[in-house]
Design a protein around this ligand. Structure first.
Ligand SMILES: Nc1ncnc2c1ncn2[C@@H]1O[C@H](COP(=O)(O)OP(=O)(O)OP(=O)(O)O)[C@@H](O)[C@H]1O
Ligand SMILES: [Mg+2]
Length: 500
């Protein structure tokens, strides 16, 4: 990406000057407040528009740190209003500010570019840039050859109210530095490679990242562990959020940070399950723009998501496929650290832990081309990173992950009534059409369960959707794609103990 030179931006007067005639300069002292605000803005910033439609400015002098035009107390809008007041000892009217901002937005449209949040891929050599988040604009450059702190990245980062500064990572700690993390992150030894691989994956923006789900009884350190995982790579003044109320609240919460963490989730309603799956794979979500009533905008975003809970009840198969469940063990009261001990300790070790994660990432990047997986689970990119992490650490995290995936699949089978009926009532090989299946499994003596498919087409859809989960739980599920005389798809189902 190249940052265009400021000179291509016209120093036009605001929107009020219209007509065919070139605008005549107004005599000194009669400039409108809006014009003055635009001139002030152009004297200090170069403007552009992000691919998600927001105007931003980069200071003409100093490091290329982006400032958003609108929103919050750190916006350029607030800075401009403040500067106008400092110059004139009177506030700019809201009409003048509105006119000026509209003009600046127009100027910004000449240059559209992507703004990244905390991590950014470097398209040239498959390396990663990580924003340190401070006023210097410095960023970590991570490649398979090593990592360095650079004064400037070749990409632009967006900062939000949720972006805090990362400490400068310590050089040369090696992977031993991870031991410092395990002292305060309550994760049992066998799960550590999985968490480490998740952290490495979260440094690679282009791949889907499984949702890290931390489960445990009350007081097992779920909130603490969630905050720590966020802080390591995407430090924030508010590292965890409450469960969102609706899809719109989710998009708002997820838009503000790269690692998005939800504390204390007790159920996952279908809309949240779908939203989480979309954010894992990077599909679009539609949302009204903040400053307009009728301008819909597609937010295509991918995030690294963490959540915690005691028990989240039933789980949709799609989400189960995209989840990395970790169980936290009870912390003996004799080992418990209170918050006044734990967080200062974290502040001390954070630079070492970050250095260790980066060192491990370099090793994983080196190992990746050598990794060949016999089976590719739904989160195949993550599985490869986990295999590379195992190579680097000498662990067996991939086996553990596959085991967890199998158990999750079994647990999720009874969330769908048709699938629950299949697993409960088909005890040996079965073959037939979706319609046959529906007839056989519909129990006329009992009320129809909620979400029961009402016709063969719905039953086919259900079978297609659940076939991968059934397979993971040990079932054999095949169909003949309608290659038979009747040309109606015939399904064959074999329960785990009766496989061919
Ligand atoms: N690894 C750890 N070692 C020692 N103490 C810890 C550790 N993790 C958390 N603690 C301490 O344990 C207490 C409970 O932690 P936390 O609030 O994170 O648990 P929780 O599982 O979220 O609890 P709840 O179920 O009530 O939400 C806190 O005082 C915290 O400082
Ligand atoms: Mg908690």
């Amino acid at each position: 990406m190249t940052i265009p030179h400021a000179s291509h931006q016209p120093t036009q007067s605001p929107a009020s000057d219209s007509g065919d005639e070139p605008p005549r300069p107004k005599p000194a002292g009669t400039k409108s407040a809006a014009t003055e605000l635009v001139e002030m803005a152009q004297a200090s910033y170069r403007f552009g528009t992000s691919t998600t439609g927001e105007t931003f400015g980069i200071p003409l002098d100093g490091p290329p740190v982006t400032f958003m035009l609108r929103g919050g107390k750190h916006s350029l809008r607030a800075r401009l209003a403040d500067r106008y007041f400092a110059t004139h000892a009177k506030a700019a009217s809201s009409t003048a500010l509105t006119d000026a901002l509209l003009t600046v937005e127009g100027i910004g449209q000449e240059w559209e570019t992507e703004l990244h949040l905390r991590v950014a891929p470097d398209g040239l050599d498959r390396s990663t840039w990580i924003d340190l988040g401070d006023h210097t604009g410095r960023a970590i450059h991570l490649t398979e050859h090593g990592w360095t702190i650079q004064r400037q990245a070749p990409v632009l980062f967006r900062r939000t109210a949720l972006t805090a500064t990362l400490p400068d990572p310590v050089v040369g700690v090696g992977m031993g530095g991870l031991e410092l993390l395990w002292q305060i992150l309550n994760v049992e030894e066998d799960d550590r490679p999985l968490v480490a691989a998740w952290l490495i994956a979260a440094l690679i923006p282009e791949i889907p990242h499984p949702t890290l789900a931390l489960f445990g009884e009350q007081g097992t350190g779920k909130t603490t562990a969630t905050k720590l995982v966020v802080s390591i790579i995407d430090a924030s003044p508010v590292p965890v959020r409450k469960p969102p109320r609706d899809a719109d609240a989710w998009v708002t919460a997820a838009a503000g940070s790269w690692v998005v963490a939800i504390d204390n989730l007790s159920t996952i309603p279908p809309w949240l399950s779908d939203s989480l799956c979309r954010a894992v794979t990077g599909d679009g979500d539609v949302r009204r723009r903040l400053y307009s009533d009728n301008d819909l905008h597609v937010f295509s975003f991918r995030r690294a998501i963490v959540f915690n809970g005691i028990d989240i009840g039933s789980l949709n198969g799609d989400l189960a496929d995209r989840m990395l469940p970790i169980n936290l063990e009870r912390i003996p009261d004799t080992d418990r650290l209170d918050e006044t001990q734990l967080w200062p300790l974290w502040a001390d070790i954070h630079p070492h832990v970050l250095g260790a994660v980066l060192d491990l990432a370099v090793d994983v990047f080196t190992q990746l081309p050598l990794v060949e997986l016999a089976e590719r689970p739904r989160m195949a990119d993550f599985a490869r990173i986990l295999a590379a992490t195992d190579n680097a650490l000498g662990t067996t995290g991939l086996d553990r992950y596959m085991g967890k995936q199998g158990s999750l699949a079994v647990e999720s089978l009874d969330t769908d009534p048709l699938v629950a009926a299949i697993t409960g009532r088909i005890t040996s090989g079965w073959s037939g059409t979706a319609g046959d299946l529906l007839v056989q499994l519909t129990n006329l003596d009992e009320p129809t369960p909620k979400d029961w498919p009402t016709n063969p087409r719905a039953a086919t859809g259900r079978l297609k959707r659940w076939a991968p989960v059934l397979r993971k739980a040990g079932w054999t599920v095949t169909d003949d794609a309608g290659q038979n005389k009747a040309r109606i798809v015939r399904w064959t189902l074999h329960p785990p103990q009766d496989q061919i």
